[in-house]
Design a protein around this ligand. Structure first.
Ligand SMILES: *Cc1c(COP(=O)(O)O)cnc(C)c1O
Length: 434
């Protein structure tokens, strides 16, 4: 299997090369040259142990993507290292279920992709540096996944005054091969610094810089596994193919659901629930692709005005009508995100995060006969907004509670490339926070 660029101006490459490059040289995103297709009977729900896809099944499912690549012999070990926490499918009421993707070490679905990417990169031959700019969830998942990964050094850049206390702890409690930089600036300044580091060819080559952001194919592929597993499990329980309702920002998670559908798994459709960053639903309504600056909402991990992964869906369906048959989209206003959280607490006694609240609201507005709502983060990560809305305390899950007890280290950093490079090249000496 080779991966080609959505823009078709770059050579197709095997999996490891696509992962190491991140973005294709022509500026496009890597996609499989051909999605494998599975027939009824290739897999059944019995292949997936109660909600947690077994490593061998995941490895069999992803086998075509590894074919011909240096990582192929390691694919089972990679899957075992990435998919070793539960991903339960919970029935809420007839025709509505919840797929909980928040039982990993940093309590968001991003743990799956980040851990798969880390297990791949630590097997790449040479030492590497990963730089990631973060406004919250991504950096924590990446830091956790790469912590103590052999031969990999990680720099996490976050805006000094732009993350919650809980997020900050998740970004700064690692140490060892992970350096956490509190940047004197905004998230955009962090992102600019990372881009500048990539643009410095000499430093980039010397550090063997790799990006871990959400366009990396290594984060997308393992996400197809939980959609395959949940669709089979749902059908085994209820005799029907479900639609997935996916809280969406950069559309990586939803893209994996669409790929699983194209691979032949019983998925009726995919509904993308966005917040008021409505570039995607506007495309579905008007056919015009009009990216715009993002606006801040209570579902901040979905604050994306120019969702990169739509390029992969436009590539998959040359015909827009075909894309519309498989996928639809609803935008949810700020107040309604929290109304979705309140509705889930009232109807199903489930405490959900504001991102998942978008999926609840989108489902209530446009229900399908069989909907699986995708829960992308644990509510405890957003307890400041969730607790007042539902009038209940939200307990930290054990994994997060453990992280909260670790000592934290962060290095203050001016928004300056030279300072970042010197800090990464210096021996580790984060300043201990009180
Ligand atoms: C990242 C994130 C999303 C958005 O996922 P995309 O793949 O970018 O669409 C939704 N919810 C949570 C909690 C996230 O962390």
């Amino acid at each position: 299997m080779r991966f080609r660029s959505t823009r078709r101006q770059a050579p197709a490459v095997p999996l490891t090369a696509a992962i190491l490059r991140g973005l294709a040289p022509d500026g496009g995103l890597y996609v499989p040259e051909r999605l494998p297709s599975f027939a009824a009977g290739d897999f059944s729900e019995a292949d997936f142990v109660a909600g947690a896809p077994r490593a061998e099944t995941a490895a069999a499912l992803l086998e075509p993507f590894f074919a011909g690549d240096a990582l192929a012999p390691a694919r089972e070990a990679i899957c075992r290292g990435a998919l070793d926490f539960p991903l339960p499918l919970v029935d809420l009421e007839p025709g509505v279920a919840l797929l909980e993707l928040f039982h990993g070490p940093t309590a968001a679905f991003k743990d799956v992709g980040a851990r798969f990417l880390a297990r791949c990169l630590e097997r790449a031959e040479e030492p590497r540096t990963i730089l990631v700019a973060t406004s919250g969830d991504t950096g924590g998942a990446i830091a956790a996944a790469f912590h103590r990964a052999a031969g990999v050094e990680v720099g996490v850049l976050f805006p000094r005054d732009g993350v919650s206390a809980l997020q900050r702890q998740q970004l700064t409690c690692w140490g060892d091969n992970v350096r956490s930089f509190a940047v004197d600036g905004t998230f955009d300044d962090c992102q600019r610094l990372v881009k500048a580091a990539f643009a410095d060819e000499t430093w980039r080559a010397r550090r063997r810089l790799t990006s871990a952001n959400s366009i990396n194919i290594g984060r997308l592929l393992p996400q197809t596994v939980y959609y395959a597993a949940a669709s089979l499990e749902y059908r085994a329980r209820h005799g029907a193919a479900p639609r997935f309702v996916v809280p969406s920002g950069n559309v990586g998670n939803a893209c994996a659901a669409v790929w699983a559908r194209e691979m032949g798994f019983p998925i009726a459709g995919v509904l993308l629930a966005t917040n008021r960053n409505r570039t995607v639903p506007d495309w579905f309504a008007t056919g015009r692709w009009e990216p715009r600056p993002s606006v801040a909402t209570p579902a901040n991990a979905m604050d994306v005005g120019d969702p990169s992964n739509m390029e992969r869906l436009f590539d998959l369906y040359a015909d827009a009508a075909e894309l519309r048959r498989a996928v639809s989209s609803v935008a949810v206003e700020d107040e309604r995100l929290l109304a979705g959280v309140a509705a889930a607490a009232g109807r199903w006694d489930r405490i959900l995060c504001p991102h998942t609240g978008a999926a609840v609201e989108a489902h209530l507005r446009d229900p399908a006969p069989h909907d699986v709502l995708v829960a992308t983060a644990h509510a405890a990560k957003f307890r400041d907004v969730v607790e007042p809305r539902i009038g209940r305390r939200v307990e930290l899950p054990p994994a997060l509670a453990d992280l909260m007890r670790l000592p934290a280290r962060e290095t203050p950093l001016p928004a300056d490339l030279g300072a970042l490079q010197r800090a990464m090249d210096a021996p580790p000496d984060g300043t201990l926070r009180a």
